[in-house]
Design a protein around this ligand. Sequence first.
Ligand SMILES: Nc1ncnc2c1ncn2[C@@H]1O[C@H](COP(=O)(O)OP(=O)(O)OP(=O)(O)O)[C@@H](O)[C@H]1O
Ligand SMILES: [Mg+2]
Length: 316
Amino acid sequence: MSSVLELQDVCVRYPQRGGLFSRTVSYLEAVSNVSLTLDKSEILAIVGESGCGKSTLAQALVGLQPIASGNYLLEGTPVLLQSKNAWKMVREQVQMVFQDPYSSLNPRHKIIDILSFPLRYRKTPEVNAEKKILEVLEAVGLPKNSLEKYPHEFSGGQRQRLGIARALMTSPKVLVCDEVTSALDVSVQAQVLKLLDTLRREFQLSIIFISHDMQVVQTLANRVMVMYLGKSLEEGGVNDVLQNPLHPYTQGLIQSVPTLNFGCPPKILSGEASKPSGAGCVFVSRCSKACSECFEIEPSLNGSQRKVRCLLRNEK
Ligand SMILES: Nc1ncnc2c1ncn2[C@@H]1O[C@H](COP(=O)(O)OP(=O)(O)OP(=O)(O)O)[C@@H](O)[C@H]1O
Ligand SMILES: [Mg+2]
């Protein structure tokens, strides 16, 4: 059976402008040859330091950033990347939930308008639209009387539920959640995570879950992909990767997670992510285990269930 969503060697580039007429002088490759598969009812977490390309990848998945090269398959069917109609179909099937529940809902619109907009766009008959809105509102655990209210009348957690409700209006197969719990306090975070897991089971939703929080990732996700400078460096089952990280970058990332154990302070991953000038591994300038080959040869992502992009692992 084919995956719900598949990316093959996808690149996303931002034009860098300069000069007198602000012309494109170069491109920044924010996502570099990323491949991933997402199965039905599966939660794939994407982790990595700030600026590694997580949000760019999320935006490319829902058509908010153009894909420069590579293939995008939805239920085994390739999406024609240049076709507006193809993207219209993708946007119904793959919906995004944004990080900030405060700015992602229009403050001037009542909840009923916010939720009915995607249905009006699809020209859904009014009776069916009302049924769908009530069904979704119940699924995210909000009362019926929410419909006549404005976003400012809700708490942060409730607004995030509304963001999820809006994403569910088109009955998508995939939700792309970009840091959806990072603006919420811990107890509300737990409620939103529980809701996502319930929705995954009830609607057989597949979820791409972007987060900085390793504990949240371990609680919720089935698989995890570790990104660094636009590339995937490690991928595998969530417990395998988090309990036995193979790539020196993943090891550093996990060791830098703060804990409540004051006797054991986190080890900060030193240095800053910057593209190496040579042809070697992207992580070479910060890697304590790097050998001379790592500066010269770019490793490929090897493995099937458990993938690692590291020369030191490839040799074993
Ligand atoms: N609109 C844009 N124009 C040009 N460059 C951009 C744009 N958005 C992001 N970038 C660059 O692309 C790279 C990836 O950024 P992105 O926002 O995808 O990272 P991220 O992993 O989501 O970071 P964070 O964890 O801080 O949200 C960064 O180098 C960033 O500076
Ligand atoms: Mg981001």
